[in-house]
Design a binder for this molecule. Structure first.
Ligand SMILES: Cc1ncc(COP(=O)(O)O)c(C=O)c1O
Length: 389
């Protein structure tokens, strides 16, 4: 049996070692507080599940869906973008439901990248941006997100020949893993940079609704000109706590949406229809849970960030996302430090290098664990620090 060489081009999975260690520590009967996974612990609101159950009983929804999704869902997505961001979308041409945004992100690389082509990718960044590029035969060109630039890429340091050669630029705000945010001025710069170099932009925005202290994240699609050169990926996963149901969307440039439709219609058969009906209910129904859930995440964020700074793991207070990006003390790699936290106090975090080499020196905490477990984790960090000083 001979596997395709592209599989060998995928970088080694950096979490293997730490995951193996977690399994070992658990097997020893130790209790682990797991800040690793970015998957909401709070349930999908019940009116959405009710609608899904109802739709699941209707035999119409037992059959293959269309890749393009139900017209009613595309309409509901366009309405949601209109209400939330003041962005007008043509539901027939500028909206496409996805089997989770990750699926669309991975497939979008196939629409643009030929062997040897470049895509500009943030580092640290959500791994499918670079892995999709590699699987399509291309090369990611990493744009460092530095703390001194508020974790925004500096377009001016990208060499002209690289920007001219690149086909696509990936951006993601509010950002995983750093928790950083971007304003419309930044998106304006991105549009100009892309126009100057003939690039398409894919903005990934699943965290716009997870925001604190009154912050309202903008959409890239609000930028005049954005629709000429780009799309935005969004998701119901985080806003409606629907990670397990797998539903997201891409909106924006009609040619890019159509290119993705072409790839997908040859590879998948769309989103299960009962889930599409649930998504319509999510987008059109009560949004009351969003503020309530954000207040819960905000309380967790405040507790965790305070303690991290007290124990010398410097962390900014994120205005959005449910991630806290903390700087580790000098003298450790982020993997070694993650192992140390696990071995010494049973706390699991994600090492920053899982998101790229610029993640070295950082670890990521996710706020998607129950208040009790968070409290336990915070107490362990405090008493650990007390013992060490
Ligand atoms: C930045 C980013 N984009 C996309 C996704 C994928 O979301 P979905 O569940 O819609 O595939 C995630 C999930 O963690 C993410 O962090």
């Amino acid at each position: 049996m001979e596997f395709a060489k592209r599989l060998n081009r995928l970088p080694p999975y950096l979490f293997v070692e730490i995951n193996r260690r977690i399994v070992e520590v658990r097997a020893q009967g130790k209790d682990i507080v797991d800040f690793g996974i970015g998957d909401p612990d709070l349930p999908t609101p019940s009116h959405i599940i009710e609608r899904m159950c109802q739709a699941a009983h209707d035999p119409v929804n037992h059959r293959y869906p269309e890749t393009g999704g139900l017209p009613e869902l595309r309409q509901a997505i366009a309405e949601w973008y209109g209400r939330r961001f003041g962005v007008e979308l043509d539901p027939a041409k500028e909206v496409l439901p996805l089997i989770g945004s990750k699926e669309g992100i991975g497939h979008m690389a196939l629409c643009f990248i030929e062997p040897g082509d470049l895509a500009l990718v943030p580092d640290p960044g959500y791994p499918p941006f670079s892995l999709g590029t590699i699987l399509a035969g291309g090369e990611p060109y990493f744009m460092p997100l530095k703390e001194e630039n508020d974790f925004l890429p500096d377009f001016e340091v990208i060499p002209d020949d690289v920007a001219d050669k690149a086909k696509l630029m990936w951006l993601n705000y509010p950002n995983n893993p750093t928790g950083a945010i971007a304003d419309l001025d930044f998106f304006d710069k991105a549009v100009h940079f892309a126009q100057q170099h003939g690039l398409a932009i894919c903005h990934d925005a699943p965290y716009t609704e997870i925001a604190f202290d009154g912050y309202r994240a903008p959409s890239f699609m609000q930028m005049p000109g954005a629709k000429n050169i780009g799309v935005e990926f969004h998701s119901l996963s985080k806003t409606y706590h629907m990670t397990g149901w797998r539903i997201g969307m891409v909106v924006g440039n009609a040619d890019m949406v159509n290119a993705l439709f072409k790839v997908k219609s040859n590879l998948d058969s769309g989103v299960a229809q009962a889930i599409q009906h649930a998504a319509v209910e999510a987008l059109r129904g009560s949004q009351e849970h969003i503020a309530r859930h954000n207040a819960i995440f905000q309380g967790r964020r405040d507790k965790l960030v305070k303690v991290l700074n007290e124990v010398g793991l410097r962390a900014r207070m994120p205005k959005a996302t449910f991630y806290v990006w903390a700087k580790i003390p000098p003298g450790f790699t982020s993997i070694d430090f993650a192992k140390k936290l696990l071995d010494e106090i049973g706390i699991a975090v994600t090492p920053g290098t899982g998101y790229g080499k610029e993640g070295e020196g950082y670890i990521r905490f996710s706020l998607t664990i129950s208040d009790d477990r968070l409290e336990e984790g915070v107490n362990r960090l405090s008493s650990w620090h007390g013992r060490r000083t």
